[in-house]
Design a protein around this ligand. Structure first.
Ligand code: ADP
Ligand code: MG
Length: 598
């Protein structure tokens, strides 16, 4: 019953929006709402790019411009069909985004937003200075779109076309976000180390969503050109780029419906402020710009998630909306790699070394881990344990030394190549997507095991051709959660879990990678006694199944009762190695831990 409401409510809303022009609504409102639709399409791209993936762009208006000019030019100069104009616009926006993106997506921090300002400005001046594009006067006489015998010449018919486009764009973005590549994108905002460690090609996926957002902007530009029947550079300048950002911030940059809400609020508010403010203040001028500036600051300060979460919370209370991704009861099992026999050497580290300038964080350390064995890596703070982990997982390149996994060198490979071979890890500082459900977080671990993993699967996700893949991935995630004893919390947001449970979640996620070697960085930190016992039982079970486990841990009792073999490091150097019993009485270890008490 409840889930039916969540399905039907958006359908009713969409139908109502499309049927609106049948009512005797003044043309003014139809036009205004058409613009809300146009801005929503751009906003949906920004939700993906900025709200979800954390890459701020001030340059989306320029892509709207490319889409608008492409169709305006082709339809007026060559008399081509607007549909060819659309195709050209999509190719041009997508293509230019790939080119611009391959240069700028590597930038970090404030440099990326700054670069979006740069390209926004340069494209604007390009439109304004090209003779063939009519310079600052632009291009007039753009024909109407027609489909079969119907011509979208009236404002009301364009309204319907625009809102059909909004709905399709919304569905495409929503489908994408609820997919294997979409979950990877949702993880980007929280850093690239975790997604890379789960096998996500982050540079590639960033360019993909950049092009996706640009193409949505291009569609908006196409509709705009045929609604206005004319284009000029003004609406594609930086001011509009900032306005688009304002809309999604106000509506809720992290939510697809936030794009539509924000476009509606800002467009309608802007229209009335523009009419009222000059009268109110007794002077003429664009005072709404100031009002919007204030609004932006207020939102960033007090409601940086925008308006949508409030509406969502209200709806959740009223209708009890549940997270969308559910694990199916039954699904075909994901393919698994052949596992090594117990006792086979899985990891062999020879003279691994890492220097940070003059500091030798890992000093020619050697050890090995066999299948069906738990090896502990211990040592005081700053001993180089996490750095060793980072060498093994490709986060940091080793200065020298050899790291072999199942007889093959993995030194110099990237994180995502290493996890593909079967080395999965957890993090000392938990890295998960707090707003996403536990189930979906764990499913990120299976990123490389989906049906469409080889092709990327972006198009399949957008078109919802990935239902089987989703079923398998979510089923696998649920199975691993069952295995670690977290299935009760499957549909809770990961951020709402206690720290200990979040660590267990990370283990389930690592198990989803189908590993033969698990690297756990301080898995027992922050766990209560009972939870430590449960973790210990889990690791013993994995060991008995033939898993090789290397763990860094501070809790000595935990390490001593669990591990088969211990490697002790101090100041980057291996000072001892042996069974727990041997380590407990090892003079060098006692020296390091107890500071030379004899
Ligand atoms: P542990 O995990 O055993 O506590 P780490 O491996 O985190 O120790 O650190 C080992 C040493 O390397 C410390 O002295 C630390 O300050 C240094 N170190 C770790 N990462 C970096 C880095 N990225 N740059 C410079 N020094 C680092
Ligand atoms: Mg550490």
């Amino acid at each position: 019953m409840k889930s039916k409401i969540t399905l039907i409510a958006p359908l009713v809303a969409m139908t109502a929006i499309l049927l609106l022009p049948l009512l005797p609504i003044p043309a003014f409102w139809i036009t205004l709402l058409s613009y809300v639709g146009l801005y929503s399409i751009v906003g949906l791209g920004l939700v993906l790019l900025t709200g979800v993936a954390g890459m701020t762009s001030f340059g989306q208006a320029a892509f709207v411009g490319i889409g608008a000019y492409a169709t305006a030019y082709l339809t007026t100069h060559y008399g081509l069909s607007p549909w060819i104009g659309l195709l050209a616009g999509l190719l041009l926006t997508g293509g230019s985004a790939i080119v611009i993106g391959s240069f700028t997506m590597r930038l970090s921090g404030h440099y990326l937003p700054l670069s979006t300002i740069a390209w926004g400005l340069s494209l604007y001046f390009l439109f304004g200075n090209l003779e063939s594009l009519g310079k600052y006067d632009g291009i007039g006489g753009v024909p109407s779109i027609s489909l079969f015998d119907f011509e979208f010449s009236s404002g009301r018919s364009m309204y319907v076309l625009i809102w059909i486009a909004v709905i399709l764009a919304l569905l495409s973005v929503q489908n994408f976000l609820n997919s294997r590549p979409g979950r990877a994108v949702r993880a980007l905002k929280f850093g690239y180390v975790m997604p890379e460690a789960m096998g996500v090609n982050t540079p590639w996926i960033k360019i993909v969503i950049f092009a996706y957002a640009a193409m949505l902007a291009g569609v908006s530009g196409w509709l705009y050109a045929h609604l206005q029947h004319a284009v000029n550079p003004t609406p594609f300048g930086l001011k509009y780029g900032i306005d688009y950002l304002l809309m999604v911030v106000v509506g809720g940059a992290g939510f697809v419906w936030g794009a539509i809400l924000g476009a509606g609020v800002i467009t309608i508010l802007g229209n009335f402020l523009q009419a009222w403010l000059p009268g109110l203040l007794g002077a003429s001028g664009n005072f709404e710009v100031i009002a919007f500036g204030v609004l932006l600051v207020l939102f960033l300060q007090y409601a940086n998630e925008g308006l949508w979460p409030f509406i969502q919370a209200f709806c959740a209370e009223k209708f009890g909306i549940q997270p969308s991704a559910r694990a199916p009861e039954q699904a075909v099992a994901l393919p698994q790699k052949t596992k090594p026999a117990k006792g086979e050497v899985i990891l062999d580290v020879q003279d691994a070394r890492k220097q940070f300038g003059g500091l030798v964080a890992v000093n020619d350390v050697s050890f090995s881990v066999k299948a069906g064995e738990i090896v502990g890596l211990i040592g005081p703070n700053g001993a180089g344990k996490s750095t060793t982990f980072n060498l093994l997982t490709g986060v940091l390149p080793a200065t020298s030394g050899r790291v072999d996994y199942r007889g093959q060198s993995i030194a110099g490979l990237s994180s995502r190549q290493i996890v593909q071979r079967g080395v999965a890890r957890t993090f000392q500082h938990v890295r998960l997507v707090p707003g996403m459900s536990v189930l979906e977080n764990v499913a990120i671990g299976a990123h490389l095991r989906g049906d469409f993993a080889a092709q990327g699967g972006v198009l399949a996700s957008i078109l919802r051709l990935n239902k089987k893949e989703e079923g398998k991935l979510l089923h696998e995630a649920a199975r691993q959660l069952e295995r670690v004893g977290l299935s009760d919390l499957m549909y809770r947001p990961a951020g709402s879990l206690a720290l200990g449970q979040q660590r267990i979640l990370e283990i389930a996620r690592a198990l989803c990678c189908d590993p033969a070697l698990l690297l756990l960085d301080e898995p027992a930190a922050g766990l209560r006694y009972k939870e430590k016992q449960a973790l210990s039982e889990l690791l013993k079970k994995l060991r008995s199944e033939g898993m090789a486990v290397l763990l860094v841990e501070h809790d000595m009792d935990f390490v001593m009762q669990l591990t088969d073999h211990i490697v002790v490091m101090e100041f980057g150097t291996k000072i001892a190695e042996g069974t727990p019993a041997q380590i407990q009485v090892h003079p060098a270890v006692l020296e390091a831990y107890l500071g030379g008490v004899e």
